[in-house]
Write a protein that binds this ligand. Sequence first.
Ligand code: ADP
Ligand code: ZN
Length: 539
Amino acid sequence: PRPDATLAPTDPLQILQSVFGYAAYRGPQAEIVERVVAGGDALVLMPTGGGKSLCYQVPAIARHRAGRGVTVVVSPLIALMHDQVGALEEAGVHASFLNSTLDLPDVQRIEREMMSGRLVLLYVAPERLTTPRMLAQLDSLAERRLLSLFAIDEAHCVSQWGHDFRADYLGLSVLHERFPAVPRIALTATADEHTRADIIERLQLEDARLFISSFDRPNIRYRVVEKDDPRRQLLRFLREEHEGAAGIVYCQSRKKVDETAAWLETEGIAALPYHAGLDSGVRQKHQDRFLREDGIVMVATIAFGMGIDKPDVRFVAHLDLPKNIESYYQETGRAGRDGEPAEAWMAYGLADVVNQRRMIDDGESGEEFKRLQRAKLDALLALAEATDCRRVRLLGYFGESSTACGNCDNCLEPPATWDGTEAAQKLLSCILRFQRHDQGPRAFGAGHLIDVLRGKRSDKVAQYGHERLSTFAVGADLDESRWRAVLRQLVALGCVMTEGEYQTLVLTDGARAVLKGELSLQLRVPNVAPRGGKTGRTT
Ligand code: ADP
Ligand code: ZN
Protein backbone atom coordinates (compact mmCIF):
# COMPACT_ATOMS: atom_id res chain seq x y z
CA PRO A 1 0.00 0.00 0.00
CA ARG A 2 1.17 3.50 -0.73
CA PRO A 3 2.23 5.25 2.44
CA ASP A 4 0.16 8.32 1.75
CA ALA A 5 -3.37 7.41 2.51
CA THR A 6 -4.40 9.95 5.11
CA LEU A 7 -7.50 11.97 5.57
CA ALA A 8 -5.51 15.16 5.74
CA PRO A 9 -6.42 17.76 3.14
CA THR A 10 -4.36 17.95 -0.03
CA ASP A 11 -5.52 21.44 -0.88
CA PRO A 12 -2.49 23.73 -0.55
CA LEU A 13 -4.38 26.62 1.01
CA GLN A 14 -5.81 24.33 3.65
CA ILE A 15 -2.31 23.05 4.28
CA LEU A 16 -1.05 26.59 4.70
CA GLN A 17 -3.76 27.21 7.26
CA SER A 18 -3.90 23.94 9.12
CA VAL A 19 -0.21 23.03 9.19
CA PHE A 20 1.44 26.45 9.31
CA GLY A 21 -1.35 28.45 10.88
CA TYR A 22 -1.26 31.28 8.33
CA ALA A 23 -4.47 32.74 7.02
CA ALA A 24 -3.31 33.60 3.54
CA TYR A 25 -0.44 33.44 1.13
CA ARG A 26 1.94 36.30 0.99
CA GLY A 27 2.83 37.97 -2.29
CA PRO A 28 3.51 35.50 -5.07
CA GLN A 29 3.45 32.38 -2.87
CA ALA A 30 0.04 31.28 -4.18
CA GLU A 31 1.15 31.20 -7.79
CA ILE A 32 4.42 29.52 -6.98
CA VAL A 33 2.76 26.83 -4.90
CA GLU A 34 0.22 26.20 -7.61
CA ARG A 35 2.93 25.81 -10.24
CA VAL A 36 5.00 23.42 -8.15
CA VAL A 37 2.11 21.32 -6.90
CA ALA A 38 1.18 20.82 -10.54
CA GLY A 39 4.67 19.51 -11.25
CA GLY A 40 6.18 22.49 -13.09
CA ASP A 41 9.67 23.87 -12.52
CA ALA A 42 10.08 27.26 -10.87
CA LEU A 43 12.83 29.75 -10.19
CA VAL A 44 11.94 31.98 -7.26
CA LEU A 45 13.72 35.25 -6.58
CA MET A 46 12.48 36.62 -3.33
CA PRO A 47 14.24 38.80 -0.82
CA THR A 48 15.27 37.44 2.55
CA GLY A 49 12.29 37.21 4.84
CA GLY A 50 9.91 37.12 1.91
CA GLY A 51 8.73 33.60 2.70
CA LYS A 52 10.61 31.31 0.37
CA SER A 53 10.43 28.21 2.55
CA LEU A 54 6.68 27.86 2.27
CA CYS A 55 6.99 27.90 -1.51
CA TYR A 56 8.36 24.37 -1.40
CA GLN A 57 7.12 23.17 1.99
CA VAL A 58 3.45 23.52 1.13
CA PRO A 59 3.86 21.73 -2.23
CA ALA A 60 5.98 19.06 -0.54
CA ILE A 61 3.18 18.30 1.88
CA ALA A 62 0.46 18.48 -0.76
CA ARG A 63 2.33 16.19 -3.10
CA HIS A 64 3.22 13.77 -0.33
CA ARG A 65 -0.42 13.53 0.69
CA ALA A 66 -1.24 12.84 -2.94
CA GLY A 67 1.10 9.86 -2.83
CA ARG A 68 4.04 11.33 -4.67
CA GLY A 69 6.60 10.70 -1.98
CA VAL A 70 9.61 12.57 -0.74
CA THR A 71 10.75 16.13 -1.40
CA VAL A 72 14.51 16.58 -1.29
CA VAL A 73 15.65 20.03 -0.19
CA VAL A 74 19.20 21.05 -1.04
CA SER A 75 20.57 23.58 1.40
CA PRO A 76 24.14 24.64 2.11
CA LEU A 77 23.52 25.72 5.68
CA ILE A 78 23.53 23.08 8.37
CA ALA A 79 22.21 25.47 11.02
CA LEU A 80 19.31 26.37 8.81
CA MET A 81 18.46 22.74 8.09
CA HIS A 82 18.34 22.10 11.77
CA ASP A 83 15.95 24.98 12.47
CA GLN A 84 13.66 24.18 9.58
CA VAL A 85 13.40 20.51 10.38
CA GLY A 86 12.70 21.35 14.01
CA ALA A 87 9.92 23.74 13.04
CA LEU A 88 8.40 21.25 10.59
CA GLU A 89 8.41 18.40 13.07
CA GLU A 90 6.78 20.71 15.57
CA ALA A 91 4.03 21.40 13.04
CA GLY A 92 3.56 17.65 12.65
CA VAL A 93 5.33 17.30 9.31
CA HIS A 94 7.69 14.36 9.02
CA ALA A 95 11.01 15.93 8.06
CA SER A 96 14.69 15.13 8.57
CA PHE A 97 18.12 16.17 7.47
CA LEU A 98 21.20 14.25 6.51
CA ASN A 99 24.51 15.90 7.21
CA SER A 100 27.91 15.33 8.73
CA THR A 101 26.69 16.00 12.28
CA LEU A 102 24.75 12.71 12.45
CA ASP A 103 26.10 9.37 13.59
CA LEU A 104 25.63 6.17 11.62
CA PRO A 105 22.55 4.76 13.38
CA ASP A 106 20.73 8.07 12.84
CA VAL A 107 21.74 8.15 9.20
CA GLN A 108 20.47 4.63 8.70
CA ARG A 109 17.19 5.38 10.43
CA ILE A 110 16.60 8.45 8.30
CA GLU A 111 17.53 6.59 5.14
CA ARG A 112 14.96 3.94 5.96
CA GLU A 113 12.31 6.63 6.46
CA MET A 114 13.22 8.11 3.14
CA MET A 115 13.31 4.83 1.23
CA SER A 116 9.89 3.89 2.55
CA GLY A 117 8.50 7.16 1.23
CA ARG A 118 7.17 8.07 4.65
CA LEU A 119 9.39 11.09 4.95
CA VAL A 120 7.85 14.28 3.60
CA LEU A 121 10.93 16.47 3.41
CA LEU A 122 14.59 15.53 3.49
CA TYR A 123 17.18 18.30 3.79
CA VAL A 124 20.65 17.56 2.44
CA ALA A 125 23.82 19.45 1.66
CA PRO A 126 24.73 19.50 -2.03
CA GLU A 127 27.89 17.47 -1.60
CA ARG A 128 25.87 14.75 0.07
CA LEU A 129 23.17 14.70 -2.56
CA THR A 130 25.62 14.02 -5.34
CA THR A 131 27.32 11.04 -3.68
CA PRO A 132 26.90 7.73 -5.54
CA ARG A 133 25.12 6.25 -2.52
CA MET A 134 22.54 9.00 -2.32
CA LEU A 135 21.99 9.05 -6.08
CA ALA A 136 21.41 5.28 -6.08
CA GLN A 137 18.84 5.70 -3.32
CA LEU A 138 17.12 8.44 -5.28
CA ASP A 139 17.10 6.18 -8.35
CA SER A 140 15.28 3.57 -6.36
CA LEU A 141 12.78 6.11 -5.06
CA ALA A 142 12.24 7.52 -8.53
CA GLU A 143 11.63 4.06 -9.98
CA ARG A 144 8.92 3.53 -7.39
CA ARG A 145 7.54 7.02 -8.11
CA LEU A 146 8.26 8.16 -4.61
CA LEU A 147 10.56 11.02 -5.49
CA SER A 148 8.27 14.01 -5.49
CA LEU A 149 10.23 17.22 -5.83
CA PHE A 150 13.65 18.83 -5.61
CA ALA A 151 13.93 22.19 -3.87
CA ILE A 152 17.25 23.93 -4.37
CA ASP A 153 17.68 26.64 -1.77
CA GLU A 154 20.29 29.42 -2.07
CA ALA A 155 20.44 28.65 -5.77
CA HIS A 156 22.79 31.58 -6.44
CA CYS A 157 25.57 29.41 -4.99
CA VAL A 158 25.76 27.80 -8.41
CA SER A 159 27.03 31.05 -9.94
CA GLN A 160 30.54 32.39 -9.70
CA TRP A 161 29.07 35.80 -10.26
CA GLY A 162 27.09 35.33 -7.06
CA HIS A 163 28.77 36.24 -3.80
CA ASP A 164 29.07 32.77 -2.37
CA PHE A 165 29.82 30.34 -5.09
CA ARG A 166 29.99 26.71 -4.00
CA ALA A 167 31.55 24.24 -6.36
CA ASP A 168 29.28 21.50 -4.98
CA TYR A 169 26.31 23.26 -6.47
CA LEU A 170 27.62 22.65 -9.97
CA GLY A 171 27.02 18.94 -9.40
CA LEU A 172 23.30 19.64 -9.08
CA SER A 173 22.95 19.69 -12.85
CA VAL A 174 22.77 15.90 -12.42
CA LEU A 175 19.26 16.25 -11.01
CA HIS A 176 17.71 17.23 -14.28
CA GLU A 177 19.75 14.75 -16.29
CA ARG A 178 19.07 11.83 -14.02
CA PHE A 179 15.54 12.62 -12.88
CA PRO A 180 13.95 14.52 -15.75
CA ALA A 181 10.46 13.73 -14.56
CA VAL A 182 10.92 15.16 -11.09
CA PRO A 183 9.97 18.84 -10.83
CA ARG A 184 12.42 21.31 -9.38
CA ILE A 185 12.06 24.60 -7.59
CA ALA A 186 15.16 26.77 -7.15
CA LEU A 187 15.12 29.67 -4.71
CA THR A 188 17.38 32.57 -3.98
CA ALA A 189 17.37 35.98 -2.33
CA THR A 190 20.15 37.43 -4.41
CA ALA A 191 20.12 37.31 -8.13
CA ASP A 192 21.03 40.10 -10.47
CA GLU A 193 20.53 39.32 -14.12
CA HIS A 194 23.91 37.71 -14.46
CA THR A 195 23.41 35.31 -11.58
CA ARG A 196 19.92 34.54 -12.78
CA ALA A 197 21.22 33.53 -16.20
CA ASP A 198 23.85 31.33 -14.55
CA ILE A 199 21.28 29.58 -12.39
CA ILE A 200 19.06 28.85 -15.35
CA GLU A 201 21.90 27.57 -17.45
CA ARG A 202 23.78 25.53 -14.87
CA LEU A 203 20.76 23.97 -13.25
CA GLN A 204 19.11 23.53 -16.63
CA LEU A 205 16.03 25.41 -15.60
CA GLU A 206 15.14 26.62 -19.07
CA ASP A 207 11.56 25.48 -18.60
CA ALA A 208 11.20 26.96 -15.17
CA ARG A 209 8.73 29.73 -14.62
CA LEU A 210 10.40 32.76 -13.17
CA PHE A 211 8.87 34.39 -10.09
CA ILE A 212 10.46 37.67 -9.15
CA SER A 213 9.30 39.53 -6.07
CA SER A 214 10.19 43.07 -5.37
CA PHE A 215 13.43 43.37 -3.47
CA ASP A 216 12.32 46.57 -1.88
CA ARG A 217 12.45 46.73 1.89
CA PRO A 218 10.56 49.98 2.32
CA ASN A 219 10.94 50.10 6.10
CA ILE A 220 14.73 50.16 5.88
CA ARG A 221 16.23 53.61 5.69
CA TYR A 222 19.53 53.67 3.83
CA ARG A 223 22.24 56.05 4.89
CA VAL A 224 25.88 56.44 3.93
CA VAL A 225 28.11 58.86 5.82
CA GLU A 226 31.59 59.98 4.96
CA LYS A 227 34.11 58.46 7.29
CA ASP A 228 35.67 61.08 9.43
CA ASP A 229 36.16 59.59 12.85
CA PRO A 230 34.30 56.31 12.44
CA ARG A 231 34.23 55.22 16.07
CA ARG A 232 32.76 58.51 17.22
CA GLN A 233 30.37 58.51 14.31
CA LEU A 234 29.22 55.03 15.23
CA LEU A 235 28.84 55.92 18.87
CA ARG A 236 26.78 58.98 18.02
CA PHE A 237 24.63 56.84 15.74
CA LEU A 238 24.07 54.26 18.48
CA ARG A 239 23.47 56.71 21.30
CA GLU A 240 21.46 59.35 19.55
CA GLU A 241 19.42 57.22 17.22
CA HIS A 242 19.31 53.65 18.44
CA GLU A 243 19.69 53.76 22.18
CA GLY A 244 18.99 50.36 23.67
CA ALA A 245 18.12 48.80 20.32
CA ALA A 246 19.36 45.50 18.93
CA GLY A 247 21.58 45.76 15.89
CA ILE A 248 24.57 44.46 14.02
CA VAL A 249 27.82 46.31 13.38
CA TYR A 250 29.81 44.75 10.57
CA CYS A 251 33.59 45.11 10.40
CA GLN A 252 35.94 43.60 7.90
CA SER A 253 38.53 41.98 10.15
CA ARG A 254 38.37 39.86 13.27
CA LYS A 255 40.76 42.19 14.99
CA LYS A 256 38.58 45.18 14.31
CA VAL A 257 35.54 43.26 15.56
CA ASP A 258 37.28 42.51 18.86
CA GLU A 259 38.54 46.05 19.28
CA THR A 260 35.26 47.69 18.36
CA ALA A 261 33.22 45.45 20.64
CA ALA A 262 35.57 46.03 23.54
CA TRP A 263 35.53 49.75 22.96
CA LEU A 264 31.74 49.95 22.75
CA GLU A 265 31.59 47.99 25.98
CA THR A 266 33.74 50.62 27.73
CA GLU A 267 31.35 53.23 26.37
CA GLY A 268 28.53 51.47 28.15
CA ILE A 269 26.96 49.76 25.17
CA ALA A 270 25.96 46.10 25.42
CA ALA A 271 28.17 44.87 22.60
CA LEU A 272 29.39 41.35 21.83
CA PRO A 273 31.94 40.19 19.28
CA TYR A 274 31.31 37.46 16.73
CA HIS A 275 33.70 36.06 14.16
CA ALA A 276 35.01 32.73 12.94
CA GLY A 277 38.16 33.05 15.05
CA LEU A 278 36.21 32.75 18.28
CA ASP A 279 35.62 29.49 20.02
CA SER A 280 32.42 27.86 18.76
CA GLY A 281 31.07 27.83 22.33
CA VAL A 282 31.61 31.56 22.64
CA ARG A 283 30.05 32.18 19.25
CA GLN A 284 27.01 30.16 20.19
CA LYS A 285 26.67 31.97 23.49
CA HIS A 286 26.89 35.39 21.86
CA GLN A 287 24.43 34.43 19.18
CA ASP A 288 21.97 33.12 21.78
CA ARG A 289 22.25 36.31 23.80
CA PHE A 290 21.69 38.39 20.70
CA LEU A 291 18.57 36.41 19.88
CA ARG A 292 17.15 36.22 23.39
CA GLU A 293 18.08 39.43 25.14
CA ASP A 294 16.95 42.90 24.21
CA GLY A 295 19.22 45.58 22.92
CA ILE A 296 22.40 43.62 22.20
CA VAL A 297 24.72 45.11 19.61
CA MET A 298 26.52 42.34 17.77
CA VAL A 299 29.84 43.44 16.37
CA ALA A 300 30.70 40.91 13.72
CA THR A 301 32.40 39.88 10.55
CA ILE A 302 30.26 38.52 7.76
CA ALA A 303 30.54 35.15 9.52
CA PHE A 304 27.50 36.33 11.44
CA GLY A 305 24.02 36.53 10.02
CA MET A 306 23.33 33.68 7.62
CA GLY A 307 20.17 32.06 8.83
CA ILE A 308 19.71 34.41 11.76
CA ASP A 309 16.04 35.25 11.94
CA LYS A 310 15.64 37.93 14.55
CA PRO A 311 12.70 40.12 13.63
CA ASP A 312 13.49 43.22 15.68
CA VAL A 313 17.01 44.07 14.53
CA ARG A 314 16.66 47.85 14.38
CA PHE A 315 19.87 48.68 12.56
CA VAL A 316 22.73 47.25 10.60
CA ALA A 317 25.85 49.41 10.59
CA HIS A 318 28.83 48.94 8.32
CA LEU A 319 32.12 50.27 9.59
CA ASP A 320 33.81 48.92 6.48
CA LEU A 321 32.63 48.69 2.94
CA PRO A 322 31.05 45.35 2.01
CA LYS A 323 32.33 43.47 -1.02
CA ASN A 324 29.54 44.31 -3.39
CA ILE A 325 25.88 45.24 -3.63
CA GLU A 326 24.64 41.69 -3.07
CA SER A 327 26.51 41.53 0.20
CA TYR A 328 25.34 44.99 1.19
CA TYR A 329 21.75 44.07 0.42
CA GLN A 330 21.92 40.78 2.24
CA GLU A 331 23.65 42.21 5.29
CA THR A 332 21.42 45.28 5.58
CA GLY A 333 18.42 43.02 4.93
CA ARG A 334 18.82 41.56 8.40
CA ALA A 335 17.38 44.78 9.79
CA GLY A 336 13.67 45.31 10.23
CA ARG A 337 12.27 41.91 9.35
CA ASP A 338 9.29 42.76 11.53
CA GLY A 339 8.39 45.53 9.10
CA GLU A 340 8.96 48.29 11.67
CA PRO A 341 11.29 51.17 10.78
CA ALA A 342 14.93 50.13 10.69
CA GLU A 343 18.15 51.66 9.49
CA ALA A 344 21.05 50.61 7.30
CA TRP A 345 23.97 52.87 8.09
CA MET A 346 27.39 52.80 6.53
CA ALA A 347 30.52 54.86 7.09
CA TYR A 348 32.59 55.03 3.97
CA GLY A 349 35.92 56.58 3.07
CA LEU A 350 38.91 56.53 0.79
CA ALA A 351 40.65 53.72 2.68
CA ASP A 352 37.64 51.48 2.06
CA VAL A 353 37.91 51.95 -1.65
CA VAL A 354 41.64 51.36 -1.56
CA ASN A 355 41.31 48.26 0.65
CA GLN A 356 38.63 46.63 -1.42
CA ARG A 357 40.53 47.27 -4.62
CA ARG A 358 43.66 45.84 -3.09
CA MET A 359 41.91 42.77 -1.77
CA ILE A 360 40.74 42.02 -5.28
CA ASP A 361 44.15 42.73 -6.82
CA ASP A 362 46.01 40.60 -4.28
CA GLY A 363 43.42 37.81 -4.33
CA GLU A 364 44.13 34.31 -5.55
CA SER A 365 41.48 34.24 -8.21
CA GLY A 366 42.02 34.37 -11.94
CA GLU A 367 41.97 37.52 -14.04
CA GLU A 368 38.47 36.99 -15.33
CA PHE A 369 37.04 36.59 -11.87
CA LYS A 370 38.92 39.66 -10.70
CA ARG A 371 37.37 41.63 -13.51
CA LEU A 372 33.95 40.54 -12.29
CA GLN A 373 34.78 41.48 -8.74
CA ARG A 374 36.00 44.89 -9.83
CA ALA A 375 32.86 45.54 -11.82
CA LYS A 376 30.77 44.61 -8.80
CA LEU A 377 32.80 46.80 -6.51
CA ASP A 378 32.35 49.69 -8.93
CA ALA A 379 28.60 49.28 -8.72
CA LEU A 380 28.74 49.44 -4.94
CA LEU A 381 31.00 52.49 -5.03
CA ALA A 382 28.55 54.22 -7.33
CA LEU A 383 25.85 53.52 -4.75
CA ALA A 384 28.02 54.89 -1.95
CA GLU A 385 28.91 58.03 -3.92
CA ALA A 386 25.39 58.56 -5.22
CA THR A 387 23.78 61.94 -4.70
CA ASP A 388 20.36 60.69 -5.75
CA CYS A 389 18.00 58.09 -4.25
CA ARG A 390 19.92 55.11 -2.87
CA ARG A 391 16.96 52.79 -3.10
CA VAL A 392 16.46 53.53 -6.77
CA ARG A 393 20.08 52.57 -7.32
CA LEU A 394 19.92 49.49 -5.13
CA LEU A 395 16.79 48.13 -6.76
CA GLY A 396 18.06 49.14 -10.16
CA TYR A 397 21.02 46.87 -9.59
CA PHE A 398 18.62 43.97 -9.17
CA GLY A 399 16.87 44.94 -12.36
CA GLU A 400 13.93 46.66 -10.69
CA SER A 401 12.93 50.18 -11.62
CA SER A 402 11.45 52.49 -9.02
CA THR A 403 11.02 56.14 -8.14
CA ALA A 404 12.68 58.21 -5.41
CA CYS A 405 11.80 56.56 -2.13
CA GLY A 406 11.60 59.35 0.39
CA ASN A 407 13.23 57.08 2.96
CA CYS A 408 16.96 57.31 2.34
CA ASP A 409 19.46 59.97 3.31
CA ASN A 410 19.60 61.48 -0.16
CA CYS A 411 15.83 61.69 -0.46
CA LEU A 412 15.35 63.08 3.02
CA GLU A 413 18.14 65.62 2.81
CA PRO A 414 19.15 66.09 -0.78
CA PRO A 415 22.89 66.69 -0.61
CA ALA A 416 24.33 69.90 -1.91
CA THR A 417 26.52 69.10 -4.86
CA TRP A 418 29.30 70.95 -6.58
CA ASP A 419 30.98 70.54 -9.92
CA GLY A 420 34.24 68.83 -9.16
CA THR A 421 35.38 68.44 -12.75
CA GLU A 422 38.01 71.14 -12.67
CA ALA A 423 39.30 70.06 -9.27
CA ALA A 424 39.54 66.51 -10.54
CA GLN A 425 41.58 67.68 -13.50
CA LYS A 426 43.93 69.57 -11.21
CA LEU A 427 44.35 66.53 -9.02
CA LEU A 428 45.05 64.22 -11.92
CA SER A 429 47.55 66.62 -13.49
CA CYS A 430 49.32 66.88 -10.18
CA ILE A 431 49.81 63.11 -10.11
CA LEU A 432 50.96 63.33 -13.70
CA ARG A 433 53.53 65.98 -12.67
CA PHE A 434 54.83 63.66 -9.96
CA GLN A 435 55.25 60.92 -12.53
CA ARG A 436 57.11 63.24 -14.86
CA HIS A 437 59.20 65.02 -12.26
CA ASP A 438 62.75 63.91 -12.88
CA GLN A 439 64.08 63.98 -9.34
CA GLY A 440 63.41 61.48 -6.58
CA PRO A 441 60.46 59.14 -6.41
CA ARG A 442 57.67 59.60 -8.89
CA ALA A 443 54.77 58.40 -6.86
CA PHE A 444 53.30 59.78 -3.65
CA GLY A 445 50.38 59.12 -1.37
CA ALA A 446 47.19 61.06 -0.75
CA GLY A 447 48.49 63.24 2.09
CA HIS A 448 51.37 64.67 0.12
CA LEU A 449 49.26 65.12 -3.00
CA ILE A 450 46.75 67.21 -1.08
CA ASP A 451 49.54 69.23 0.55
CA VAL A 452 50.90 70.09 -2.89
CA LEU A 453 47.50 70.98 -4.27
CA ARG A 454 46.73 73.18 -1.29
CA GLY A 455 50.16 74.80 -1.42
CA LYS A 456 51.34 73.61 1.95
CA ARG A 457 55.10 73.98 2.39
CA SER A 458 55.74 70.74 4.25
CA ASP A 459 59.17 69.19 4.76
CA LYS A 460 58.42 66.66 2.09
CA VAL A 461 57.40 69.38 -0.36
CA ALA A 462 60.73 71.10 0.27
CA GLN A 463 62.66 67.83 0.08
CA TYR A 464 61.41 67.04 -3.41
CA GLY A 465 61.20 70.58 -4.67
CA HIS A 466 57.51 70.17 -5.27
CA GLU A 467 56.81 73.85 -4.68
CA ARG A 468 58.19 74.30 -8.19
CA LEU A 469 55.58 72.05 -9.75
CA SER A 470 53.06 73.95 -11.86
CA THR A 471 50.30 72.33 -9.85
CA PHE A 472 51.62 73.60 -6.52
CA ALA A 473 48.88 75.53 -4.72
CA VAL A 474 46.44 75.38 -7.63
CA GLY A 475 43.84 74.06 -5.22
CA ALA A 476 44.32 76.32 -2.24
CA ASP A 477 40.66 77.30 -2.49
CA LEU A 478 39.40 73.88 -1.42
CA ASP A 479 39.80 72.39 2.01
CA GLU A 480 41.27 69.01 2.75
CA SER A 481 37.95 67.17 3.09
CA ARG A 482 36.89 68.34 -0.35
CA TRP A 483 40.14 67.17 -1.84
CA ARG A 484 39.74 63.81 -0.19
CA ALA A 485 36.26 63.52 -1.63
CA VAL A 486 37.56 64.34 -5.09
CA LEU A 487 40.30 61.76 -4.75
CA ARG A 488 37.95 59.13 -3.37
CA GLN A 489 35.56 59.67 -6.23
CA LEU A 490 38.41 59.37 -8.71
CA VAL A 491 39.58 56.13 -7.12
CA ALA A 492 35.99 54.92 -7.08
CA LEU A 493 35.70 55.75 -10.76
CA GLY A 494 38.91 53.87 -11.45
CA CYS A 495 40.84 56.93 -12.73
CA VAL A 496 43.44 56.59 -10.00
CA MET A 497 44.91 53.48 -8.45
CA THR A 498 47.00 52.98 -5.40
CA GLU A 499 50.06 50.82 -5.47
CA GLY A 500 52.42 49.17 -3.08
CA GLU A 501 53.05 49.34 0.60
CA TYR A 502 52.86 53.13 0.74
CA GLN A 503 49.67 53.30 -1.28
CA THR A 504 51.16 55.64 -3.78
CA LEU A 505 48.84 57.09 -6.38
CA VAL A 506 49.05 56.25 -10.05
CA LEU A 507 46.89 57.27 -12.97
CA THR A 508 45.05 54.69 -15.01
CA ASP A 509 43.79 54.92 -18.57
CA GLY A 510 40.48 56.07 -17.15
CA ALA A 511 42.08 59.37 -16.10
CA ARG A 512 42.31 60.50 -19.69
CA ALA A 513 38.58 61.08 -20.10
CA VAL A 514 38.53 63.39 -17.10
CA LEU A 515 41.69 65.22 -18.14
CA LYS A 516 40.26 65.76 -21.59
CA GLY A 517 37.04 67.09 -20.13
CA GLU A 518 34.95 64.24 -21.48
CA LEU A 519 33.67 63.28 -18.09
CA SER A 520 32.24 65.62 -15.50
CA LEU A 521 32.04 64.95 -11.81
CA GLN A 522 29.19 65.93 -9.56
CA LEU A 523 30.33 65.65 -5.98
CA ARG A 524 28.48 65.97 -2.76
CA VAL A 525 29.49 68.81 -0.49
CA PRO A 526 31.02 67.08 2.51
CA ASN A 527 28.78 67.36 5.52
CA VAL A 528 31.40 66.47 8.02
CA ALA A 529 30.33 67.52 11.46
CA PRO A 530 32.85 69.61 13.37
CA ARG A 531 34.92 67.46 15.66
CA GLY A 532 35.89 68.23 19.17
CA GLY A 533 39.25 67.15 20.55
CA LYS A 534 42.04 65.41 18.74
CA THR A 535 41.15 62.07 17.33
CA GLY A 536 42.85 60.06 14.68
CA ARG A 537 41.49 60.87 11.30
CA THR A 538 40.70 57.96 9.09
CA THR A 539 39.45 58.31 5.60
P1 ADP B 1 13.03 33.51 3.42
O1 ADP B 1 13.46 32.07 3.36
O2 ADP B 1 12.50 34.03 2.14
O3 ADP B 1 14.06 34.40 4.03
P2 ADP B 1 11.16 32.51 5.33
O4 ADP B 1 10.65 31.40 4.53
O5 ADP B 1 12.14 32.20 6.43
O6 ADP B 1 11.80 33.62 4.39
O7 ADP B 1 9.95 33.35 5.90
C1 ADP B 1 10.14 34.53 6.62
C2 ADP B 1 9.08 34.68 7.69
O8 ADP B 1 7.83 34.95 7.10
C3 ADP B 1 8.92 33.41 8.51
O9 ADP B 1 8.81 33.77 9.86
C4 ADP B 1 7.63 32.81 7.96
O10 ADP B 1 6.99 32.02 8.91
C5 ADP B 1 6.83 34.05 7.59
N1 ADP B 1 5.86 33.78 6.52
C6 ADP B 1 6.11 33.22 5.33
N2 ADP B 1 4.99 33.11 4.60
C7 ADP B 1 3.99 33.63 5.34
C8 ADP B 1 2.57 33.83 5.14
N3 ADP B 1 1.96 33.45 4.00
N4 ADP B 1 1.87 34.39 6.14
C9 ADP B 1 2.48 34.76 7.28
N5 ADP B 1 3.79 34.61 7.54
C10 ADP B 1 4.55 34.06 6.58
ZN1 ZN C 1 15.53 57.49 -1.58
